[in-house]
Design a protein around this ligand. Structure first.
Ligand code: NAD
Ligand code: IPM
Ligand code: MN
Length: 349
């Protein structure tokens, strides 16, 4: 029998609420099988910072790295909370984990499940995956400012794009497109970001030559937001940089029935480090503590994790249970644990 070492980071706000349901579903799907999950909980996030002043210590990082996978709820406080100004939870914790554990593929699938009420009148079939680069771009934080607070302040953030970093994520995206509908769209802003956009375009063209079966097209990011609303069915695999991928995937979540359904995996395909699975959404301070959050995104993140761990049957069972639950939804009046319990019941049916 196999034992998977799982690091669990419930985090802040609705994070612990949705992770509790994700764990319920995980426990239920593996019950009676020959796989066990040995879980370690890590108290990290805005809450921990306010208590101890720590964001992510080297000990935390080392301990987390010594696992097979990570399940994360969400971290971060109320945007703009002055007490968190020095914490920099997003950079110091979430991005630090993604960078240090070399999560260069941020995998964000979007699928419109039958029965889901979405904002589009005539959505058609929506089933695409955004392959968002996870370790570079404007997120690496080598910016700075001078003359801060004066009328002559200068602030900049540079987008870092390396040939190595772009090529590896582009190769991953092509391989994924091969296994799907053989269509890949590069999204960037090459008309303005000529250097960053240029390296992405050149590398996509080079790798495309090795994949003649994959139809490749290109969209500027502004136009991509139009098509995500007017014709989302045109997309199969989207490959894009860290920042554009962040923005596109909140939009993708919204058009496929809401951010409460959008799952993600921060993948280290080489397997040198544990991959991390988390909903696309944040800690939602506006609804935290009320058990109003939809835990489905966290539960579908468990399915992505199971698939990544090679537990494909378990992953499919979770996805099917979620699909059945979604198809039967009439309103969103259920509480967080009611949705989790309903999905567990579907698993056992
Ligand atoms: P958010 O995703 O937390 O919330 C945006 C809106 O979506 C809110 O109205 C919220 O109520 C709603 N929402 C989010 N998840 C939901 C769910 N499961 N069910 C129902 N409604 C849901 O984004 P934000 O308000 O910009 O950020 C809040 C905090 O979370 C910030 O500190 C931000 O930095 C952080 N954040 C963390 C992560 C992460 O840990 N991965 C991701 C995004 C934002
Ligand atoms: C996400 C979040 C993060 C990001 C923030 C909280 C750093 O928005 O996971 O989408 O920008 O990647
Ligand atoms: Mn985001």
């Amino acid at each position: 029998s196999r034992v998977v070492k799982l690091a669990v980071i419930p985090g802040d706000g609705i994070g612990p609420e949705v992770v509790a349901e994700a764990e319920k579903v995980l426990d239920a799907v593996i019950a009676g099988s020959d796989v066990a999950f040995d879980k370690t909980r890590f108290s990290l996030g805005a809450g921990r910072f306010l208590e101890t002043g720590d964001t992510l210590t080297d000990d935390d990082l080392g301990a987390i790295a010594d696992h097979d996978a990570i399940l994360l709820g969400a971290v971060g406080g109320v945007p703009g909370d002055p007490r968190l100004r020095d914490a920099n939870i997003e950079r110091g914790l979430l991005l630090k984990l993604r960078f240090e554990l070399d999560h260069y593929v941020n995998l964000r699938p979007s699928k419109l499940y039958p029965g889901v009420p979405g904002p589009l009148a005539d959505p058609g079939d929506i089933d695409f995956v955004v392959v968002r680069e996870g370790t570079e771009g404007p997120y690496v934080g080598n910016g700075g400012s001078i003359r801060r607070g004066t009328p002559h302040e200068v602030a900049n953030e540079t987008s870092v794009n390396t040939a190595f970093g772009v090529e590896r994520v582009v190769r991953y995206a092509f391989a994924l497109a091969e296994r799907r509908r053989q269509k890949l769209t590069l999204v960037h802003k090459t008309n303005v970001l000529v250097h960053a956009g240029g390296i992405w375009k050149r590398i996509v063209d080079q790798v495309a030559a090795e994949h003649p079966e994959v139809a490749v097209d290109y969209l500027h990011v502004d136009a991509a937001t139009i098509f995500l609303v007017t014709n989302p069915g045109r997309f199969d695999v989207i490959v894009t940089d860290n920042l554009f991928g962040d923005i596109l995937t909140d939009l993708a979540g919204a058009v496929t029935g809401g951010i409460g359904l959008a799952a993600s995996g921060n993948i280290n395909p080489d397997g040198a480090f544990p991959s991390m699975f988390e909903p696309v959404h944040g800690s939602a301070p506006d609804i935290a503590g009320q058990q109003k959050a939809d835990p489905t995104a966290a539960i579908l993140s468990v399915a992505l994790m199971l698939d990544h761990l090679g537990l494909r049957d378990h992953a499919e069972r979770v996805t099917r249970a979620v699909e059945t639950d979604i198809a039967a939804r009439t309103s969103d009046a259920r509480s967080t644990p009611q949705i989790g319990d309903a999905i567990v019941a579907r698993l056992q049916a």
